[in-house]
Write a protein that binds this ligand. Structure first.
Ligand code: BMA
Length: 299
């Protein structure tokens, strides 16, 4: 992966109380020739909200809104809306995020899911639909919806610690057939826990997805995985080494050191872009020629 030399592409804005401390882990979606970023922002009150920025070339930010586009709205997410992922699934945008609630300093977190029409999204009318909990009461995060139905059903990856799991749904409301997909490996960089990054991409071999792996030393790195086209609970390939690991200062030092954490990607022309949070503090981007990435999984 080649890091963009202008990283970080988004930094906190001190004058905005809601995004004054950290901005990181953006969801991304490529629509009408632009990359739209929904980034996690932490402000003076230590609560996570979601902000919006947009880029025409994938690396330079052309516009950024001064107000959050999604913020806690009910008790389940009272203490924050974290780590969004967004997917265009047959013309509806499905947004998943981590709903955080604290009880006596103990964190409880669940997956939350809402939708918005492409039209509203592009017009910046933030008419999010009902916020649902696909797995009520279950400690769960790192959820992302697949961009296509499989066997007539919606598909979602999510993470019941320490394992990436799958679930299926007829209506994006009720989820069933939860199965484990892949867990940590005993050796190396992903030996503590794993979680999926942005939406999987359909390639000839099946589904290509980026995931994060955490080592017992609490270093967050990114790897890739290829899943079967019709049964994405089956892993066909998993990268031995990370494709991106903390190296630059903006990845090694910050609110949480040694973290590269991704919730979004985009293919623009012949390049694959990975958007990620550096050290839970800023938004960064790295890219690779898409054919080179595909060649690496075929070797
Ligand atoms: C995870 C999430 C991410 C964060 C990562 C590293 O549990 O909270 O938002 O980037 O830890 O701190």
């Amino acid at each position: 992966m080649e890091r963009f030399l202008g990283n970080p592409i988004l930094k906190p804005i001190e004058a905005h109380a809601w995004e004054s401390r950290e901005v990181f882990n953006p969801a991304t979606i490529y629509l009408q020739g632009r990359v739209h970023l929904l980034y996690r922002a932490i402000g003076n009150d230590n609560i996570s909200r979601i902000g919006y920025a947009v880029s025409g070339d994938g690396v330079h930010i052309d516009d950024r809104l001064a107000e959050p586009v999604l913020k806690p709205e009910n008790d389940n997410e009272r203490d924050g809306c974290e780590d969004p992922r967004i997917t265009d699934v047959d013309g509806t945008l499905a947004l998943t995020y981590t709903a955080l609630r604290e009880h006596n300093h103990l964190q409880s977190y669940q997956v939350a899911l809402t939708t918005i029409s492409v039209k509203d999204f592009l017009l910046h009318r933030w008419n999010w639909g009902t916020r649902r909990l696909p797995f009520p009461g279950v400690y769960n995060k790192n959820a992302v919806v697949f961009p296509k139905k499989i066997g007539g059903r919606y598909v979602m990856f999510h993470r019941i610690e320490p394992t990436i799991c799958i679930a299926y749904s007829d209506d994006l409301k009720k989820w069933c057939d939860i199965m484990s997909v892949m867990g940590p490996r005993p050796e190396g960089w992903d030996n503590w826990k794993v979680g999926i990054a942005g939406p999987p991409i359909r390639i000839n071999e099946g589904w290509l997805a980026v995931y994060h792996g955490v080592s017992v030393e609490k270093i967050y790195s990114l790897g890739i995985v290829v899943l079967d086209a019709d049964h994405p609970e089956q892993v066909l390939y998993r990268s031995k080494a990370p494709i991106l690991a903390p190296k630059e200062d903006y990845e090694r030092f910050g609110k949480v050191p040694n973290v590269v954490f991704s919730c979004g990607n985009a293919v623009i022309d012949d390049r694959f872009f990975i958007y990620y949070g550096g050290a839970d503090s800023t938004v960064c981007v790295a890219s690779i020629n898409f054919e080179d990435l595909l060649a690496s999984i075929r070797m």
